[in-house]
Write a protein that binds this ligand. Structure first.
Ligand code: SF4
Length: 450
């Protein structure tokens, strides 16, 4: 358990000097306890106290960072078992498998899929992040060669280098430079030399165990060696154990604060099936429970897209709705005669409405009013999308300078505010649009024809 605000307050100098940016030491202590302020902001706290607080407030699952700069992938950092308790912090990294004995053409084809299979949905970019390279014959030069190709063709890729041989991982790590790779392949036999490599490179280590117990033992030994960044593979024997191991590790880390399991996991669903559809189904379970990384045998657009969407949905913050910015959105190249539609800024509403309008090919001005991410009816009920607030927004947003006409289309669900809105906007004719976005294309086409 982390420290409470009162416990943290007991360690502060209680000068109430405001130098930390908070009005009192108590206010600062509460924010530190909630993870919303850094203890280092108080200049009067000793290093010893800082360490104590940092240790006590660290998440039960350590955050491990891979890559570098703009291409950094963070995994772990989780604090809850269930998303509704707070939120899940870091989506699992999703990766494609290469091996050192693959022909160059095959490697390039896979990298082309890695780069091509990207989508945007409700304003969020969906893309895989990881390239895993498996050592086939223990050749250090081959590993370095493949890493070099990936660095050239896909510099954004985060690496998992897979070998039980230190020299092979060292050669790959050297080629990565400052771009941190996961060095996967630590066993009880090579533990000491792998720990040395991790200290030399400052790269995280991936444990390759054959049971939960062995994974805990290796993690414990690595911690004794001073290694902090660890990723765990428990070497499950079947699909059921794969799932169970993830749950056991997460529960032990969060409920019991069992430190050897306080690290993100890495999983390889292809080890349990030859069927790629089954493989992605296993991966979809691992997204929810509780993989830190999922390495797939290959990418297929029709399978990867739903997996990415699932990952996005599970890792959105349930306390914070997805929103788009308030403003005027020109769709299909509108002009001064084009229709004007107003709706709320809940991201899903925006993307459904804009998708339908774009599909209709009718040039349209879409006005997005800030409703704090609430949908049309909820926002109306909360007083954030009523006649007064819509009128105020229409007046200030500048749409009157962009169109000659004065017709405003409102969502069909808000038909009841038409009269009130006409009073608020006497220069405008209020037109009731369809209730559902799916009715927009025919509605707009009729508008155009009129
Ligand atoms: Fe208190 Fe330190 Fe903040 Fe001053 S800087 S108010 S002593 S917590």
């Amino acid at each position: 358990m982390g420290l409470t605000g009162i416990q943290i307050l007991g360690m502060l100098p209680k000068k109430n000097c405001k130098e930390c940016g908070f009005p009192t030491c108590l206010a600062f202590a509460m924010k530190v306890a909630a993870g919303q302020a850094d203890i280092a902001a108080c200049p009067y706290v000793s290093e010893e106290v800082k360490e104590k607080i940092a240790e006590a407030s660290a998440p039960p699952i350590r955050t491990v960072k891979l890559g570098s700069g703009d291409h950094t992938l963070a995994i772990g950092g989780e604090t809850v078992l269930f998303r509704h308790e707070k939120r899940f912090e870091h989506p699992p990294g999703i990766g494609i498998l290469l091996s050192t004995d693959m022909a160059q053409d095959e490697i390039e084809e896979r990298l082309a899929r890695f780069k091509k299979l990207r989508w945007e949905r409700v304003g969020v970019k969906l893309k895989p992040e990881v390239v895993a390279i498996e050592d086939s014959h223990g050749e250090a030069g081959k590993m370095a060669e493949v890493v070099k190709i990936v660095r050239e063709k896909a510099p954004e890729a985060v690496f998992v280098l897979m070998s039980e041989k230190k020299d092979v991982l060292a050669a790959g790590a050297k080629e990565c430079g400052e771009h941190k790779a996961l060095l996967y392949g630590v066993t009880l036999d090579n533990l000491k030399e792998m720990a040395e490599l991790a200290k030399e490179t400052k790269f995280p280590l991936g444990v390759k165990a054959d049971s939960l117990g062995e994974a805990a033992r290796i993690a414990e030994e690595l911690m004794k060696e001073g290694i902090k960044d660890i990723v765990l593979d428990t070497g499950p024997r079947g699909i059921r154990e794969l799932y169970e191991d993830q749950v056991i590790m997460r529960r032990a880390a969060i409920k019991k604060r069992f430190k050897p399991f306080g690290f993100p996991s890495i999983t390889f669903p292809f080890r349990f099936t030859d069927n790629i559809v089954t493989e992605y189904m296993i991966a979809s379970v691992l997204v929810a429970k509780y993989a830190g990384m999922i390495i797939l045998s290959d990418f297929r657009a029709d399978l990867l897209f739903p997996l990415m969407v699932e990952r996005m949905n599970i890792f959105t913050d349930p306390q914070r709705p997805l929103v788009v910015e308030e403003g005027i959105y020109p769709l299909n190249g509108p002009d001064e005669n084009s229709p004007v539609i107003v709706t709320c800024n809940f991201a899903l509403t925006y993307f459904i409405v804009s998708g339908e309008v774009e599909g209709s090919r009718v040039p349209t001005w879409l006005l997005i009013k800030d409703t704090e991410g609430l949908s049309v009816l909820t926002a109306w009920a909360a007083g954030k999308f009523g006649a007064d607030t819509i009128a105020e927004f229409v007046k200030k947003c500048g749409i009157a300078d962009k169109v000659k006409h004065r017709k405003l289309i409102i969502p069909g669900y808000l038909a009841g505010i038409k009269g009130e809105l006409e009073e608020e906007l006497p220069d405008w004719e209020i037109v009731i649009g369809p209730r559902e976005a799916s009715g927009l294309p025919s509605f707009l086409k009729e508008w155009k024809a009129a």
